[in-house]
Design a protein around this ligand. Structure first.
Ligand SMILES: [Zn+2]
Length: 390
């Protein structure tokens, strides 16, 4: 029968201990070592070594395979004082890890020597309930929610597509939402543009949208750009955002956004709606095709974004705008497979979704090898539907 002291001293004889200074100088990340923190989550939350991997002692045997797939990987294990880490190092050795070290004195000793550590950021207690359904999804979790809260998304157009996208992105906790729109709310918008209410008629759309988004989620900062995008302002406006949602109702703006986004290497989530038909894609500059790879010059009327005269089923932008919002969240969290290289086409009457493969156009005037982007010369498209009617 051996008591705990004996077990510990046995373990310590069989493992190698290193000092906090040795960890700082030699047994560190830049020399290929992994730092493994085997404390409990409340200890981890109060501070840990930068870029350490968190694996509480109780889960060591269960999760080692997943978090430490390479048994040759050199690992420094630490805990609060050097006891749990000594036992953990012994366990890892028994599991076949060949280069395991325990940090003598643990995190306490590290801190007492004035060595640097990081305190993990947390979703605030007052935000916990609001985002609890996100926090329960492993692919989002606290890390993902913090990322969303720090993200900045620009909605080009606070109309049919910008409305559902904006409402859901705000509800999801995207921290900063920019709105570009120079229009005023009209009664004919209310059939589909859910950012705007009956009492908003006559208000600038950006003001009306801000009011709604604030009611949905006061955590969200709303930035208003009450302008029409043109060559003189587009780069300034979009440069500060992580993702651009292109939901404008005219092709000139769609080209302008595309060209500026390619210049600044910003992903654009594109959507368009027309009567019962919608489409969506995601354009990631130089990784996948851009909007001009898809529509180089001609604007087929049946694919035109909805001009006011074209008519659109009120619920259609809800579907397409939320596909766009979903793409945005995936891009921000770097999860799943985006619509980059695919055009998703939705037919509401037939209730079908079809996908078309999109390829980069080697002659693309915006992202091709001989591209020359000139924002001043983006062609002024008339609305395709108006053009047809003439
Ligand atoms: Zn292109």
């Amino acid at each position: 029968m051996s008591d705990f002291k004996e077990i510990l001293s046995q373990a310590k004889k069989q493992i190698t201990e290193v000092s906090v200074h040795e960890v700082r100088d030699k047994f560190n990340l830049s020399n290929g070592f992994m730092l493994l923190d085997v404390r409990e989550s409340d200890e981890w939350e109060q501070g840990h070594l930068d870029q350490a991997v968190f694996l509480p002692r109780g889960f060591l045997e269960v999760k080692a395979d997943k978090l430490l797939p390479d048994r040759q990987q050199p690992v420094v294990v630490y805990c609060a004082g050097g006891v749990r880490s000594a036992l953990a190092a012994k366990t890892l050795q028994d599991l076949g890890y060949s280069r395991v070290y325990s940090m003598r004195g643990g995190f306490g000793e590290w801190k007492n020597n004035g060595l640097p550590f990081v305190v993990p950021e947390k979703v605030g207690k007052d935000q916990w309930a609001r985002y609890s359904r996100h926090l329960r999804i492993p692919e989002v979790g606290e890390k993902g929610q913090l990322k969303l809260l720090k993200s900045k998304v620009l909605l080009v157009g606070a109309g049919g597509l910008g409305s559902p996208a904006g409402v859901y992105l705000a509800a999801s906790g995207v921290g900063t939402i920019g709105l570009v729109d120079d229009d005023v709310v009209d009664e004919s918008n209310l059939q589909r543009q859910i950012l705007h209410w009956t009492s908003s008629v006559g208000m600038p759309k950006v003001d009306s949208a801000r009011r709604t988004l604030f009611e949905v989620n006061p955590d969200v900062k709303v930035r208003m750009h009450q302008v029409r995008l043109d060559a003189s302002n587009v780069l300034d406006i979009i440069q500060d955002y992580d993702v651009i949602v292109s939901g404008s109702d005219n092709f000139t703006t769609a080209y302008m956004v595309n060209d500026a986004a390619v210049l600044l290497k910003k992903p654009v989530v594109y959507g368009s709606i027309f009567r019962f038909d919608g489409q969506a894609s995601t354009f990631i500059p130089y990784e996948g095709p851009c909007f001009r790879c898809l529509y180089a010059t001609a604007t087929p009327p049946e694919l035109a974004p909805s001009c006011d005269e074209a008519g659109v089923l009120g619920v259609l932008p809800g579907v397409i705008g939320l596909i766009q919002a979903t793409e945005v969240i995936k891009l921000l969290l770097n999860i799943g497979t985006t619509l980059s290289g695919r055009l998703l086409v939705y037919d509401a009457l037939e209730m079908t979704f079809r996908q078309f493969k999109l390829h980069r156009d080697s002659n693309c005037a915006t992202c091709g090898p001989n591209a020359h982007i000139d924002l001043e010369s983006v062609p002024q498209f008339v609305c395709a539907v108006q053009a047809t009617a003439k």
